[in-house]
Design a binder for this molecule. Structure first.
Ligand code: IPM
Ligand code: MN
Length: 345
């Protein structure tokens, strides 16, 4: 019989609350004969305060023994900025070579959006996940003095760009509209920008059915708001993708609905699924967090592991739940229960 070995990193703030609902829905939707084995990891602010550790090597090795990772949220105001982001979240993405950071955006029914009444919005951002300005390649001279100089070098390799661009073409080719947009800033970032564009054009010759388009990132932000329906699949650099996907979430129902997958398409390492939102320390423990983004991340996880019908069931349950939501506030747990009930059976 089949089994899923799932590593769970609840993390900080609302992470634990939303992950519990994600697991509830996952358990409810999985066929009876699939054995779900979960192992929880104590990583995040608590661990760092207690031991000074962010992600010890032994933990990294142990995480590797899983089919996938479900992560809640990382980050706490009591920890200096960058410590957990770099030492835990980015370390995982880099160590497990999550070069595809997949972030779908869909305008669900009955969601509050500045774009209500728009035609269908359904696009996916393929954000590069292992390179760009995220590699920690930089430094500071004369730090803290008026003569300080700081660099933060964006690292781009032909290998790294080609593999993510190819993945984006594959995804575009598999969708009905077959459209792929490259977003960069090659009018200013002429070295990396031209490399991206050249590789994008070269790989595109292998996908004659895919319609391509190029936008500078600043122009892309305009179209995200004025004409989001023009997008199907977008491929972009790590930092541009970070910024664009927050904007995408804001215009399609809010960050409470935005899911993501940090994917290693080769299967060499476990892929990791997490809501795009952060740990929201201001509402942690109040039961106000919306677990929907985590539940949609579970759908991405299911699809990645080959459970496409179950993934679709979860997404349909979310759409139906949003459709029927009233104005009365609902707790994290109640939303999880409602979604679990919809996918069950
Ligand atoms: C995200 C987050 C992270 C990122 C931070 C917390 C390192 O903003 O997942 O989008 O920049 O990738
Ligand atoms: Mn972000």
């Amino acid at each position: 019989s089949r089994s899923i070995r799932l590593a769970v990193i609840p993390g900080d703030g609302i992470g634990r609350e939303v992950v519990a609902q994600g697991l509830k829905v996952l358990t409810a939707v999985l066929p009876q004969d699939v054995k779900l084995e979960t192992k929880e990891y104590d990583l995040g602010a608590r661990r760092w305060h207690a031991t000074g550790e962010t992600l010890p090597d032994a933990e990294l090795e142990s995480l590797k023994q899983h089919d996938a990772i479900l992560l809640g949220a990382i980050g706490d105001p009591s920890v200096p900025s960058g410590v957990l982001e770099r030492g835990l979240l980015l370390k995982l993405r880099f160590a497990f070579d999550h070069y595809v950071n997949l972030r779908p955006s869909k305008l669900f029914p009955n969601t509050s959006t500045p774009l209500a009444g728009r035609p269908e919005i359904d696009f996916v951002v393929v954000r590069e996940g292992t390179e760009g300005p995220y590699t920690g390649n930089g430094g500071s001279l004369r730090t803290g003095t008026p003569a300080e100089v700081a660099t933060e070098v964006s690292l781009n390799t032909a290998y790294g760009v080609e593999r993510v661009v190819r993945d984006a073409y594959e995804r575009a080719n598999a969708r009905p509209r077959k459209k792929l947009t490259l977003v960069h800033k090659n009018n200013v970032l002429v070295y990396a920008g031209h490399m991206w564009k050249n590789i994008f054009d070269k790989v595109g010759q292998e996908y004659p059915e895919v319609t391509t388009d190029y936008l500078h990132v600043d122009a892309a932000t305009i179209f995200f708001v004025t004409q989001p329906e023009r997008f199907d699949v977008i491929v972009t650099d790590n930092l541009f993708g970070d910024i664009l996907t927050d904007l995408a979430a804001a215009v399609t129902g809010g960050i409470g609905l935005a899911a993501s997958g940090n994917i290693n398409p080769t299967g060499a390492f476990p892929s990791m699924f997490e809501p795009v939102h952060g740990s929201a320390p201001d509402i942690a423990g109040t039961g106000k967090a919306d677990p929907t983004a985590t539940v949609l991340s579970v759908a991405l996880l299911l699809r990645h592991l080959g459970y496409a019908p179950q993934a679709a069931r979860v997404e349909e349950a979310v759409a139906a739940d949003l459709q029927s939501r009233g104005d009365a506030p609902r707790s994290t747990d109640e939303t999880g229960d409602a979604l679990a009930a919809r996918v069950a059976g």
